[in-house]
Design a protein around this ligand. Sequence first.
Ligand SMILES: O=C(O)CCC(=O)C(=O)O
Ligand SMILES: [Fe+2]
Length: 387
Amino acid sequence: METYQSREASRGPVRKAIRSVILCTIMIFAWVMKPFRFLHGFLPYKLRELCRSWDSKMIWVFVLSGGKRVFMDQNCTMKLPKSYKPLIQTRPEWQFSEEEIKSFYENGFIGPITLWTPEEMEEIREKVTRVLDRPSKVYPNAENQLRDRYIDCPEFWEVISAPQLKERLAQLLGPDLLVWRSQIFNKMPGGPEITWHQASTYMAEQKIKATLEPRHRNELFQLTTWIAIDDAFFENGCMHFLKGTHRKMWTMVKGGNGYIGNPPEVAKIIGGYGRFAKSSGLTLEVPITEDMIVPMPLKSGQCVIFTERCIHGSPPNVSDKRRFGFVFRTIRTDVKVYRDETKHDVTYLNESFDLQNWGCALLRGEDEYRLNKMIQPPQYEREMTAA
Ligand SMILES: O=C(O)CCC(=O)C(=O)O
Ligand SMILES: [Fe+2]
């Protein structure tokens, strides 16, 4: 006798096929509509954003694979600058050489960079750890209480705005800088890996709409800074990069070996038992070889600066030590963030962030473009002195 489950199982592939046909038809329609910008305003929201954010290559990769292949983020390439001269001049001890900037463009990251001494870190570590006990004033109702704490915690703003850090970011990105995102990555003992990923305009958060809208997508317009609050080493899951992968955006395919890019022989090299293991049934289409993998162990007080387009991830924490990393993301002032959104949905996290208290903070220079909602960086409350 036919059971409910067997009926459902046999219906599964048919439903999936119908879904793919519908999705591909929508994509083709979006491709046809793309050039007719004056008509986009009449389209429903999702279709309008799809026409704006998905380029022809993204659409046709999806359609020709029957919905099985998809770009990891909005398609772009990395244009090399005309010169590797630092974009600002600063104190000699903070100044990058042209060689260092060239290697940043070749690899996609630069580090380790030492920002604070172990003694200075003791105080910083204690201060930022205390923040973990304070609920977020930025997204009080969100499950993720670790996002964007640069907005309500002077402890983090103090770290971010340290001159030895922002003067380095300015050499790569230019003199006028905003912070638009931050995240605490506090990987406790037993904490899982973060699978290989890359991002360009963080379109993957909503799939159809780019979160960041730069004037020229192929230029460098955003940098991520990963700061080691604790020592980060292999066993507690330090950052790893796939050098050189930032020059283009890569695709993922449904199914495959189930590993996010690491064939078992590579998994063995970087850890032995399938680190960066399974993701959501998608396999990253990057031919990973041993020589591409760069582990980035950091001492507390060091950081690595990277373009989020360089594929990165981190293994699980198999040690008994916490791995507290603090990350913030910097843009040039000519980049628009969260256009027309009052709440930002992150579909893969099934989470929605009310943007009422969100804003960019000016890190350095001037904001002549004024494209974004701004906040004043948080300050420590003055201790009341007795009169
Ligand atoms: O902390 C990690 O392991 C991952 C961090 C990351 O992906 C990022 O900062 O973009
Ligand atoms: Fe990342």
